[in-house]
Design a protein around this ligand. Sequence first.
Ligand code: PRP
Ligand code: URA
Length: 210
Amino acid sequence: MNSNVTIFDHPLIQHKLSILRDKNTSSKDFRELVSEIAMLMCYEVTRDLPLEEVEIETPICKTTVKHLAGKKLAIIPILRAGLGMVDGIRSLIPSARIGHIGLYRDETTLKPVEYYCKLPKDIADRDVIVVDPMLATGGSGIDAVSQIKLRHPKSIKFVCIIAAPEGIEAFSKAHPDVSVYCAALDEKLNDNGYIIPGLGDAGDRIFGTK
Ligand code: PRP
Ligand code: URA
Protein backbone atom coordinates (compact mmCIF):
# COMPACT_ATOMS: atom_id res chain seq x y z
CA MET A 1 0.00 0.00 0.00
CA ASN A 2 1.26 3.44 -0.95
CA SER A 3 2.29 5.35 2.16
CA ASN A 4 0.45 8.43 0.86
CA VAL A 5 -2.90 6.66 1.30
CA THR A 6 -4.86 6.72 4.56
CA ILE A 7 -7.95 4.55 5.01
CA PHE A 8 -10.26 5.59 7.83
CA ASP A 9 -11.47 2.58 9.77
CA HIS A 10 -13.38 4.59 12.40
CA PRO A 11 -16.55 2.64 13.36
CA LEU A 12 -18.84 5.63 12.75
CA ILE A 13 -17.46 6.12 9.25
CA GLN A 14 -17.68 2.41 8.47
CA HIS A 15 -21.26 2.20 9.77
CA LYS A 16 -22.40 5.16 7.70
CA LEU A 17 -20.58 3.77 4.66
CA SER A 18 -22.45 0.47 5.00
CA ILE A 19 -25.78 2.33 4.68
CA LEU A 20 -24.42 4.45 1.84
CA ARG A 21 -23.58 1.35 -0.20
CA ASP A 22 -27.09 -0.12 0.18
CA LYS A 23 -29.09 0.28 -3.03
CA ASN A 24 -32.27 0.78 -0.98
CA THR A 25 -30.93 3.92 0.73
CA SER A 26 -32.95 6.95 -0.41
CA SER A 27 -31.40 9.92 -2.17
CA LYS A 28 -32.15 12.11 0.87
CA ASP A 29 -30.38 9.69 3.26
CA PHE A 30 -27.57 9.23 0.76
CA ARG A 31 -26.91 12.98 0.65
CA GLU A 32 -26.95 13.26 4.43
CA LEU A 33 -24.59 10.31 4.84
CA VAL A 34 -22.10 11.64 2.27
CA SER A 35 -22.05 14.93 4.14
CA GLU A 36 -21.64 13.28 7.55
CA ILE A 37 -18.86 10.97 6.35
CA ALA A 38 -17.06 13.93 4.79
CA MET A 39 -17.30 15.81 8.11
CA LEU A 40 -15.90 12.86 10.07
CA MET A 41 -13.08 12.41 7.56
CA CYS A 42 -12.29 16.11 7.67
CA TYR A 43 -11.66 15.85 11.41
CA GLU A 44 -8.70 13.53 10.71
CA VAL A 45 -7.60 15.10 7.43
CA THR A 46 -7.01 18.41 9.23
CA ARG A 47 -5.08 16.82 12.12
CA ASP A 48 -1.80 18.43 10.99
CA LEU A 49 -3.09 22.00 10.68
CA PRO A 50 -0.63 24.31 12.42
CA LEU A 51 -1.62 26.08 15.64
CA GLU A 52 -0.31 29.31 17.10
CA GLU A 53 -0.47 30.69 20.61
CA VAL A 54 -2.43 33.85 21.30
CA GLU A 55 -3.19 35.69 24.47
CA ILE A 56 -6.84 36.18 25.45
CA GLU A 57 -8.68 37.13 28.57
CA THR A 58 -11.24 34.79 30.11
CA PRO A 59 -13.77 36.29 32.57
CA ILE A 60 -11.25 35.26 35.23
CA CYS A 61 -7.77 36.14 33.96
CA LYS A 62 -5.40 36.47 31.02
CA THR A 63 -4.21 33.23 29.47
CA THR A 64 -2.47 31.83 26.42
CA VAL A 65 -4.54 29.61 24.11
CA LYS A 66 -3.97 27.88 20.78
CA HIS A 67 -5.86 28.68 17.63
CA LEU A 68 -5.43 27.79 13.97
CA ALA A 69 -2.53 29.61 12.35
CA GLY A 70 -3.41 31.22 9.05
CA LYS A 71 -6.69 29.33 8.51
CA LYS A 72 -6.17 29.58 4.76
CA LEU A 73 -7.94 26.57 3.35
CA ALA A 74 -9.77 25.92 0.12
CA ILE A 75 -12.17 23.05 -0.49
CA ILE A 76 -12.45 22.07 -4.14
CA PRO A 77 -15.21 19.61 -5.06
CA ILE A 78 -15.10 17.80 -8.38
CA LEU A 79 -18.58 18.37 -9.87
CA ARG A 80 -21.05 16.98 -9.52
CA ALA A 81 -20.68 14.36 -6.83
CA GLY A 82 -17.96 16.21 -4.90
CA LEU A 83 -20.54 18.89 -4.04
CA GLY A 84 -22.12 16.39 -1.67
CA MET A 85 -19.04 16.51 0.55
CA VAL A 86 -18.70 20.29 0.83
CA ASP A 87 -21.27 21.15 3.50
CA GLY A 88 -19.97 18.53 5.95
CA ILE A 89 -16.43 19.86 5.68
CA ARG A 90 -17.52 23.47 5.69
CA SER A 91 -19.41 22.96 8.93
CA LEU A 92 -16.02 22.29 10.55
CA ILE A 93 -14.06 24.90 8.59
CA PRO A 94 -16.51 27.75 7.97
CA SER A 95 -13.83 30.16 6.74
CA ALA A 96 -12.66 27.87 3.93
CA ARG A 97 -13.06 29.17 0.39
CA ILE A 98 -14.76 26.91 -2.14
CA GLY A 99 -13.47 26.33 -5.69
CA HIS A 100 -15.21 24.18 -8.29
CA ILE A 101 -13.89 21.88 -11.01
CA GLY A 102 -16.43 20.43 -13.41
CA LEU A 103 -15.45 17.07 -14.90
CA TYR A 104 -17.48 14.17 -16.17
CA ARG A 105 -16.32 10.78 -17.36
CA ASP A 106 -17.02 10.05 -20.99
CA GLU A 107 -19.07 6.86 -20.77
CA THR A 108 -17.22 5.16 -23.62
CA THR A 109 -13.61 6.18 -23.15
CA LEU A 110 -13.91 6.64 -19.33
CA LYS A 111 -11.64 9.68 -19.80
CA PRO A 112 -12.53 12.86 -17.89
CA VAL A 113 -13.94 15.81 -19.84
CA GLU A 114 -13.48 19.21 -18.20
CA TYR A 115 -16.33 21.73 -18.48
CA TYR A 116 -15.77 24.19 -15.62
CA CYS A 117 -13.00 25.53 -13.41
CA LYS A 118 -13.36 28.36 -10.93
CA LEU A 119 -10.81 28.51 -8.14
CA PRO A 120 -10.23 31.06 -5.34
CA LYS A 121 -8.06 33.96 -6.55
CA ASP A 122 -5.63 33.64 -3.65
CA ILE A 123 -5.25 29.87 -4.03
CA ALA A 124 -1.45 30.24 -3.96
CA ASP A 125 -1.78 31.18 -0.26
CA ARG A 126 -4.05 28.25 0.57
CA ASP A 127 -3.91 24.59 1.51
CA VAL A 128 -6.33 22.75 -0.76
CA ILE A 129 -8.60 19.80 0.00
CA VAL A 130 -9.99 18.24 -3.19
CA VAL A 131 -13.15 16.19 -2.61
CA ASP A 132 -14.93 13.58 -4.73
CA PRO A 133 -16.72 10.53 -3.30
CA MET A 134 -15.31 8.15 -5.93
CA LEU A 135 -11.77 7.44 -7.16
CA ALA A 136 -12.34 4.81 -9.83
CA THR A 137 -9.87 4.82 -12.76
CA GLY A 138 -8.39 7.91 -11.13
CA GLY A 139 -8.73 9.96 -14.33
CA SER A 140 -10.98 12.67 -12.87
CA GLY A 141 -8.94 13.10 -9.69
CA ILE A 142 -5.66 13.17 -11.60
CA ASP A 143 -6.94 15.83 -14.03
CA ALA A 144 -8.46 17.95 -11.27
CA VAL A 145 -5.26 17.97 -9.26
CA SER A 146 -3.20 18.76 -12.39
CA GLN A 147 -5.45 21.78 -13.03
CA ILE A 148 -5.11 22.94 -9.43
CA LYS A 149 -1.31 22.51 -9.46
CA LEU A 150 -1.08 25.01 -12.33
CA ARG A 151 -2.17 27.64 -9.76
CA HIS A 152 0.48 26.61 -7.21
CA PRO A 153 -1.44 26.17 -3.93
CA LYS A 154 0.59 25.65 -0.73
CA SER A 155 -0.45 21.99 -0.53
CA ILE A 156 -3.08 19.58 -1.87
CA LYS A 157 -4.88 16.67 -0.21
CA PHE A 158 -7.36 14.41 -1.99
CA VAL A 159 -10.33 13.09 -0.01
CA CYS A 160 -12.68 10.46 -1.41
CA ILE A 161 -15.08 8.01 0.19
CA ILE A 162 -14.44 4.89 -1.89
CA ALA A 163 -11.31 4.19 -3.92
CA ALA A 164 -10.45 1.38 -6.32
CA PRO A 165 -6.93 -0.09 -6.33
CA GLU A 166 -6.61 0.91 -10.00
CA GLY A 167 -7.42 4.54 -9.13
CA ILE A 168 -5.04 4.65 -6.19
CA GLU A 169 -2.23 3.28 -8.31
CA ALA A 170 -2.79 5.72 -11.18
CA PHE A 171 -3.30 8.70 -8.86
CA SER A 172 -0.22 7.97 -6.74
CA LYS A 173 1.87 7.60 -9.89
CA ALA A 174 0.62 10.90 -11.34
CA HIS A 175 0.71 12.84 -8.05
CA PRO A 176 3.05 11.13 -5.58
CA ASP A 177 3.19 14.36 -3.56
CA VAL A 178 -0.57 14.39 -2.85
CA SER A 179 -1.91 12.43 0.13
CA VAL A 180 -5.10 10.45 -0.49
CA TYR A 181 -7.68 9.81 2.24
CA CYS A 182 -10.57 7.39 1.84
CA ALA A 183 -13.09 5.43 3.90
CA ALA A 184 -12.69 2.22 1.90
CA LEU A 185 -10.38 0.64 -0.63
CA ASP A 186 -12.63 -1.67 -2.64
CA GLU A 187 -11.86 -4.76 -4.69
CA LYS A 188 -11.61 -3.61 -8.32
CA LEU A 189 -13.35 -1.94 -11.27
CA ASN A 190 -15.90 -3.66 -13.48
CA ASP A 191 -15.81 -3.50 -17.28
CA ASN A 192 -17.73 -0.19 -17.23
CA GLY A 193 -15.26 1.42 -14.84
CA TYR A 194 -17.57 1.17 -11.81
CA ILE A 195 -16.13 0.27 -8.45
CA ILE A 196 -16.94 -3.21 -7.11
CA PRO A 197 -18.73 -3.45 -4.72
CA GLY A 198 -18.82 0.38 -4.57
CA LEU A 199 -22.09 2.25 -4.22
CA GLY A 200 -23.11 2.81 -7.84
CA ASP A 201 -23.09 6.23 -9.46
CA ALA A 202 -22.45 8.74 -6.69
CA GLY A 203 -23.66 11.78 -8.66
CA ASP A 204 -26.90 10.11 -9.68
CA ARG A 205 -27.59 8.95 -6.12
CA ILE A 206 -26.86 12.39 -4.61
CA PHE A 207 -28.93 14.32 -7.13
CA GLY A 208 -31.56 11.66 -7.86
CA THR A 209 -30.90 11.75 -11.58
CA LYS A 210 -31.47 8.05 -12.24
C1 PRP B 1 -17.79 10.21 -10.97
C2 PRP B 1 -17.14 10.53 -9.65
C3 PRP B 1 -15.76 10.94 -10.06
C4 PRP B 1 -15.50 10.06 -11.25
C5 PRP B 1 -14.61 8.93 -10.82
O1 PRP B 1 -18.19 11.36 -11.61
O2 PRP B 1 -17.83 11.49 -8.91
O3 PRP B 1 -15.65 12.31 -10.42
O4 PRP B 1 -16.76 9.53 -11.68
O5 PRP B 1 -14.23 8.15 -11.90
P1 PRP B 1 -12.75 8.10 -12.43
O6 PRP B 1 -11.85 7.94 -11.24
O7 PRP B 1 -12.74 6.87 -13.30
O8 PRP B 1 -12.47 9.34 -13.20
P2 PRP B 1 -18.97 11.34 -13.01
O9 PRP B 1 -18.00 11.37 -14.14
O10 PRP B 1 -19.96 10.21 -13.00
O11 PRP B 1 -19.69 12.73 -13.02
P3 PRP B 1 -20.85 13.30 -12.07
O12 PRP B 1 -20.25 13.50 -10.70
O13 PRP B 1 -21.21 14.57 -12.73
O14 PRP B 1 -21.97 12.30 -12.06
N1 URA C 1 -18.11 6.99 -10.60
C1 URA C 1 -19.10 6.64 -9.73
O1 URA C 1 -19.95 7.47 -9.37
N2 URA C 1 -19.11 5.39 -9.28
C2 URA C 1 -18.20 4.47 -9.63
O2 URA C 1 -18.28 3.32 -9.16
C3 URA C 1 -17.19 4.85 -10.53
C4 URA C 1 -17.17 6.13 -10.98
